[in-house]
Design a protein around this ligand. Sequence first.
Ligand code: ARG
Length: 585
Amino acid sequence: MASVTPLSASVEQQLTSALSATLPEATDVDPLLRRSDRADYQVNGILALAKKAKSNPRELATQVVAGITTGDVIQDVEVSGPGFLNITLADRAITENLAARYADGDRLGVAPKAEPGVTVIDYAQPNVAKEMHVGHLRSAVIGDALRGMLDFTGEKTIGRHHIGDWGTQFGMLIQYLMEHPGELAPPSEVDGQEAMSNLNRVYKASRALFDADDDFKERARKRVVALQSGDKETLELWQQFVDESKVYFYSVFEKLDMEIRDDEIVGESAYNDGMPETARLLEEMGVAVRSEGALVVFFDDIRGKDDQPVPLIVQKADGGFGYAASDLTAIRNRVQDLHATTLLYVVDVRQSLHFKMVFETARRAGWLGDDVTAHNMGYGTVLGADGKPFKTREGETVRLEDLLDEAVQRAAEVVREKAQDLTEDEIQERAGQVGIGAVKYADLSTSPNRDYKFDLDQMVSLNGDTSVYLQYAYARIQSILRKAGDVRPAAHPELELHAAERALGLHLDAFGDTVFEAAAEYAPHKVAAYLYQLASLYTTFYDKCPVLKAETSAQVENRLFLCDLTARTLHRGMALLGIRTPERL
Ligand code: ARG
């Protein structure tokens, strides 16, 4: 693994030392290096610096220019306007940098961080015996992308799928199953859809009985107690619900082309044994207090109607533990046993108050120390094309699989229309990659905390900021590389570069910086924006610079090399987001 210093970093280093030679009192200087149309980089931090030092910006800029040695990396630097610098890099430096990235395989010259932390990431957390909805889609898609990005930076990630597999509703379900055995088929005998329809049927029937029959209600209530006290027969039936649900979850995750590990499915029930201790410790420490029989935590700054404090309920008056108790117990486990330095939760923004209270409680209890960061990456709502929360025409929540199936179907139309040399099987395979990619990309390319419209027409459009556009860019490059036959891509640092080649090259150089920044900010949309721009710069390059018909054979090889590095970077970036890049489209 050979790490490659980004050109921007070399330039920045030279600039900073020239600046501090000129203005020794200016420490901690950010020269503000930007990519620009007029030069390779433009520096516009000098104005502000001059203001601070009460000196003339143009003079300061001229002095800085005098302090920079042009040569291997910086070919030319000039003052432009009052206090701006335009910097042009040497062609050779650009091509050599890219060649070193090209030689580094799929890390593209980007070194992982030297001192990685441990991030426990809580994402893709559906609920047992319930259908998954679009909210669960977002958590899965965003969580998977964040994990890919963090892994790339060298961070150690541990997934936790905090599925809803515990609670009073199981009393009703289990009691019903006890009285109507055989309603759930053995997990090995059903596919995802059958599993869900069995679960739905049992849910509806038990609910109806629960509402209509007081005796059943009472038996269901007793069943909750039996479940909580670990009664063997009750637990076995509970396990059947969990297993049947997992068949369904896995079928959806497979459709989403997402790998979920069984040992990372650690639901609410896993913390059951630790909850009484969590409550006891909180009460002993005085973090939680008894109020009307319940054990609760109060916060000065969290108040509801009439300025009444809104507490976090750790234990209900009837002795039952709920959602907060399992999350608090999970924190103890994640910090103490998994040694997390960061706890990341990819959960709907509507739960942000819950997490605020849970984190604050854990801090007061000392379970979250100063050395551990906790963050809820709250995401917004998925809206229909009409801008209202996504519903079917009948006003019901949309089934996740229907939505994915429809995306794949639309993608098939797009692929078929463009397909030249694809068989029907290949078209179907590509349709899956394009359709699921479209759904993921639409989600990831907007800032996660914003709502976004689920608009299939837009998502599978070939023009614009879509995954299909990026996938086509990738496939087109592969087709060029195939056409090149025996001519192999090779870097030629001696060649002069076209403006479109420099622009593409400098953007390729910025891949690592972009991923590190996006990972640190939990901002997958920054990776998406980078990739979209990469494809756009490639398109301009391809328009302006003939590849296979370039003038000299050295130029053909060098341009093929730019094509190939672009393709690899696209492939890697898309993979971080969980999106496939088919070789042919
Ligand atoms: N299962 C929950 C839901 O569907 C999400 C769980 C989020 N994770 C957590 N640690 N609370 O709303």
